[in-house]
Design a protein around this ligand. Structure first.
Ligand code: 4LM
Length: 399
């Protein structure tokens, strides 16, 4: 979908400038600095013939809200630009983006190879539900490219990873996995939720498709649910006109698209601050005698520290840790904090603390947790935008 308000900026401009301006021209909208929120479900056609031409893809113009909206189109242009992709599709949630992807691009008999550690509901979709539709998911340790080689089969159509992985912060070498996936003739999908395009651009490293939960850092304020896919125009057209239009209907509201555009204006500032505070807190936590391990790619102790430094602009705002006292100590930490908020989700201004095994990743049963490699004692922190000294005092005091 396109409209006439597109503003083409020279791509020599920096990330923050493009995050604020790309894809919207105020002069095309009565000078309105911010994109208008088009609260409409449908669009009037000039004539019967013109409506038919829009449906046939022979004339430009919006048709119906499930497949496009001018406010949403600004967001889609901006996300495509920031990820370095041809086109983008915004969706009603991150899970809506994933189901649009698998239901549009895969069929019964196809296989996915996925990294062994995924967000709980992505894992649930892949392990517990896709087999009902004849799609098999083989899990592999994609931090080792040999793990991918071993899991590929002639039926592999898609390779899927998060990096860093939710919740335990493993880092996957995007360029290495992309090269193997391409040789296998499959599509490589990277869920870039934890990094955002400011910290990591998977398409530039050879991935075919990027997905997001825009609920998190892209929106940035914990006040909406949304998702996105960035890929070639051909793939995005299929997702829009089949995936969203006929399969899952997971279209985003114009108002939520507006809120994400507002969030994007401060994305670089927020990610700089999330990353700087998390880097300091990770070191503080690692030095504390009650802490058994801290998983943060910026730490020298992280197994993929060097890779993360090559692949990511900064190390992001997510930390996972295990305490020497295991789960009871983790629960006590969660109960003792006063500034950090006990809540799932991530990427908000507020620091959020939660227990993956019983919350975001409760979709893994105990055997699955053991097989997929994360422990009952793991605690996850989404470092917010509060003052570092206050967060340090809160977390170390609670320990
Ligand atoms: C959470 N995460 O971890 P929606 N991809 C990744 C995610 O972390 C999530 C989604 C997709 C959490 C939610 C409660 C890497 C979600 C799914 O929640 O459907 O927008 O995104 O705390």
């Amino acid at each position: 979908m396109s409209d006439l308000s597109n503003r083409h900026l020279p791509n020599s401009l920096g990330f923050a400038t493009r995050a604020i301006h790309h894809g919207y021209d105020p002069q095309a909208h009565l000078g309105s600095l911010n994109p208008p929120v088009f609260l409409t479900s449908t669009y009037a056609f000039d004539s019967a013939a013109e409506g038919a031409a829009r449906f046939a893809g022979e004339a430009e113009g919006f048709i119906y809200g499930r497949v496009g909206n001018p406010t949403v189109a600004v967001l889609e242009r901006r996300l495509a630009e920031l990820e370095g992709g041809e086109a983008a599709l915004a969706t009603s949630s991150g899970v809506g983006a994933l189901t649009a992807l698998v239901w549009t691009l895969l069929a019964s008999g196809d296989e996915i190879v996925a990294d062994q550690m995924l967000y709980g509901c992505t894992f649930g979709l892949f392990e517990h539900h896709l087999p009902r539709f004849g799609i098999r998911v083989r899990f592999a340790d994609l931090t080792d490219p040999a793990g991918l080689e071993a899991a590929l089969s002639p039926a592999t159509r898609m390779v899927f990873t998060e990096t860093p992985s939710n919740p335990n912060m493993r880092v996957v070498d995007i360029a290495a996995i992309a090269a193997i996936t391409r040789r296998a003739g499959a599509l490589f999908v990277v869920d870039n939720t934890y990094c955002t395009p400011y910290l990591q651009r998977p398409l530039e490293l050879g991935a075919d498709i990027v997905t997001h939960s825009a609920t998190k850092y892209l929106g940035g304020h914990g006040d909406l649910l949304a998702g996105a896919v960035v890929a070639s125009q051909e793939i995005i057209d299929r997702l829009r006109f089949t995936g969203i239009k006929e399969l899952n209907g997971a279209c985003i509201s114009a108002f939520d698209a507006f809120l994400i555009l507002r969030g994007l204006k401060t994305l670089t500032l927020r990610m700089d601050r999330h990353s700087a505070t998390a880097a300091k807190l990770a070191r503080d936590l690692e030095a504390h005698p009650a802490v058994a391990a801290v998983y943060y790619p910026g730490l020298d102790s992280h197994p993929q520290h060097a890779l993360a430094q090559r692949q990511m602009r900064q190390m992001g705002g997510m930390i996972a840790l295990e305490l020497k006292g295991g789960l009871p100590a983790g629960r006590a930490l969660m109960d003792n904090v006063k500034i950090a908020t006990r809540a799932v989700s991530l990427g908000d201004a507020e620091t959020l603390i939660q227990h993956p095994a019983s919350m975001t990743h409760a979709t893994y049963d105990p055997d699955e947790r053991a097989r997929h490699g994360f422990t009952d004692g793991l605690i996850r922190i989404s470092v917010g935008l509060e003052d570092y000294e206050d967060l340090r005092g809160d977390l170390l005091g609670a320990l």
